[in-house]
Design a protein around this ligand. Sequence first.
Ligand code: G6P
Length: 606
Amino acid sequence: MCGIVGYVGNRDCADVLVDGLSKLEYRGYDSAGIAVFEKEKIVVEKSKGKLNDLVEKMLQGKKPHGHCGIGHTRWATHGEPSDINSHPHGNKRVTIVHNGIIENYKPIKEFLISQGYGFESETDTETVAKLLDYYYDGDPVQTIAHMIDEVQGSYALGIMFRDFPDRIYAVRKDSPLIIGVGENENFIASDVPAILKYTRDYYLLEQNEIAAITADAVVICDNHNRLVEKEVLTADWDIDAAEKGGYEHFMLKEINEQPTAIRTTIAPRIQNGMPYLEESGITGEMLKAFRRIYIVACGTAMHAGLVGKYVIEKLARVEVTVDIASEFRYRNPLITKEDLVILISQSGETADTHAALKLAKERGAATLSIVNVKGSTIARESDYVIYTHAGPEISVASTKAYSVQLSIMYLLAFELAYVKEAITEQRCRELTEALVSIPDNLKEVLEMKERCQFIASRLVNSDSLLYIGRGLDYALSMEGSLKLKEISYIHSESYAAGELKHGTISLVTQDMPVIAVATQSDLMDKTISNVVEVKSRGAKVTMICSEDLDVDKNVANHLVKLPKIDDLLMPLLAAVPMQYIAYYTAVLKGCNVDQPRNLAKSVTVE
Ligand code: G6P
């Protein structure tokens, strides 16, 4: 979703803003703009399209020169992508950039029109800009506090007041914003990668705190104008983590980072060969006491939860319900104080997952979040948090975040199964050891890229594709299917293999390729029967299975054979060929792999 960057210091502000925005491109956007103080005048430049379009405009002599300003990448919500709807918005006195949605902008806009204000754009943001102008009385903090009382919805705002050309202001509610702290320069940004080149130190702005930022000082107060003391945090992501490092795309880099990401995530959570999750505050005994577990998330994170359900139920014999966050929040779920609600989120900012967390807390359930971004809203507001250590994930299509989320799901399942005495200590150790070996197994699987590239070349001209599997393979294939459709734009569905003949098999022809995931020995024969069924109807079948599968080579057209490990852990290996197949298909089709159309990395609106 929208990205915000702001800068005050000695550097050329426009350059810093464009550079920072380029590090937020992964969030998804359709237009970009900046506002810079040229002496005491606010100069705005903005453009529909990519950052390059904005840069092109600036190269034609419209680059604002100055040392203090704000920038924005917009992901359209109110009003189509256009130059006029692009941010910044405002007038000569107050100019803003905004991430979020102002729910009550219509009555505010009507009121402002009655007061003589004119509006150029269709955005909710322009209403906030004009409202700030309406309240402005020479005191920016007071003005922002008035605005906070009036607007409903979510916002992260970067604000410039013409009367204060040495500073920018920032405020946020339910949308992320950090303040980067440098030497004789300071920043605001939607996310850490935008400031990493200049500083690793930052403040997290809390709900409705107002910050005044000059080159040498950051003054933060609450909305009653009381000063707030804050701890400076230090990002442990290094700058290389947010660069492509020789790979053609971030997605390919991130696929290849999975062994390291998993190792870094699980290492602190294993002690003496057994799972150890207590640093999150949640003990085995606590886990054991819950009546039921809910896992709530969106997109890829929800798919990680589905694998988690299979593993927890299979090993620990505890009931697990997996919900899409946008459904959970409105279906009046039957959660009680005796339940545990697990929220999974890479960004920790997804609006629906956050709403689900709030609902779970209202109902008195214990909440545990599995989150990648430190200090993000979901992490801060849940009772317990387990951080995944994937490092920044820049590609919109999630890969390494999925693997680390799965790894934590496994550790939770092992721990719970052990404390419930559903498995022996020896089995728990075996499983934990198998998990520790995954990064090594993965290195072998990552070598299979040519095989996957070849399979991609067979799929690239298809309009539609089916993924099939049973049990854990079905849960996993949902992610394979999502990956393919989101980046290659080939329609794809994931189906429980046994359910095919109840309708969907009517779609199967020679023009409908099928990818069958068959890694679970106990279901192998059944899945193979389903493969035979689709192949005899003309489908070209790719089968992802383990190397010990003794199968007639004619069963499938293409085989991807994975190293044999414990069946339960196979999803961690089988995810890779799916990611590669999606990646190479998208590359062969010439798609924008890292920033697929219409998608945003962090969905901070409902
Ligand atoms: C968006 C992203 C997906 C992601 C989902 C949930 O749709 O494009 O890749 O899985 O949001 O995001 P979260 O940050 O909560 O994991």
